[in-house]
Every structure is written in C-alpha cells, then in structure tokens.
Design a protein around this ligand. Sequence first.
Ligand code: NI
Length: 186
Amino acid sequence: MILPIYTYGQAVLRQVAEDIPTDYPGLGELIDNMYETMDHAEGVGLAAPQIGLPIRVVVISLDVLKDDFPEYAGFRHAYINAHIVEADTSDTEVITEGCLSLPGVSEPVRRPKRIRVKYLDEQLQPHDEWVEGYLARVMQHEFDHLEGHVFTDRITALRKQLVGKKLTALTKGRFACNYKVKPARR
Ligand code: NI
C-alpha cells in the first residue's frame, strides 16, 4: 500500500524516533508499505517518520544507481532500530542531496565518508559495521530523519538563506509533486 509522505513542516519530522520491540505488530507489512511508497515516489531511501511514524525503521534501495555503482545492483534493505554510533569526521565530502519530504529542494551537504552503524536487518539479526561509499551517504541522510533532522539543517548559513522561501512554501503546502503527500498545511 502506498502511504502519503509527510512533508517539511510536519512535527513528526522533528521528533526523535524510538526503537521498537522485535515483536512490533505488523512490522513486515510496514516495511513492505515503505518499500512500495519509496518506489512510487522514486526515492532511494525512506524513514518511518516520513510516513508519520516516530519509530526507528528505514528502507534503502540503491539498485537505480547500478550503472554508476555496479556493487549496488539489487541492493534493497530495511534497517530496524538503526543508530549511527561513530563517524570518521577526519574525512568528509560534499554531495548534493534531496528528500521526498522536501520536494523541489536539493542542496549540497558535507558529511563524513565513513560511519559505524548498528541496526537489526529484516530477519531481526543484529549488525554493527563500518559503512562507506554512497550507502554511507544515504544512511546518514535517512538515519538523520530518526533524530528529527532533515538535510537542510546541515547546509551552510548562506544556502539556508537562499532556500528559506522554498522551505516556507513547503510548510504552507504551496508546492507540487507527483506522489501522495501529507503537508503540514494546505
Ligand atoms: Ni529524506
């Protein structure tokens, strides 16, 4: 089932999301719905707060990048109770990001290239690993959603000024996009 995506200005995007118990009711169905919602909106990642749930569940699908990054062919994973526990801040890079919750906004964001993450996979197996490459970038963007952050929190003061009007328009529901959304106001 395709769910509406909550957009910038919705309070749930500013909440710190909670870990869930492994017997969380309907978790499999929730993950399926998140995949379907992400695919429909042509995103590479979706965090549960973006569908209105302040819980630590994320889906990431990088198959669309396989022409540039063959290692991501078929890459499609869910991350449950996901946390970034460490980041190598000595090595950062700037990449332009966008977000399904901020349609029409894309901005360069500086982030570490390598992070250490802890999570449960879809089979509820625990992982604790260092991640790098484009996956580390997408994970940082998505896991940020679980801390109540969006990518525009991390852009320069100048870029924030330049994008301010667009953000205000988003909070008022004055934007267009080709997938189902739930704006703060409209
Ligand atoms: Ni996002």
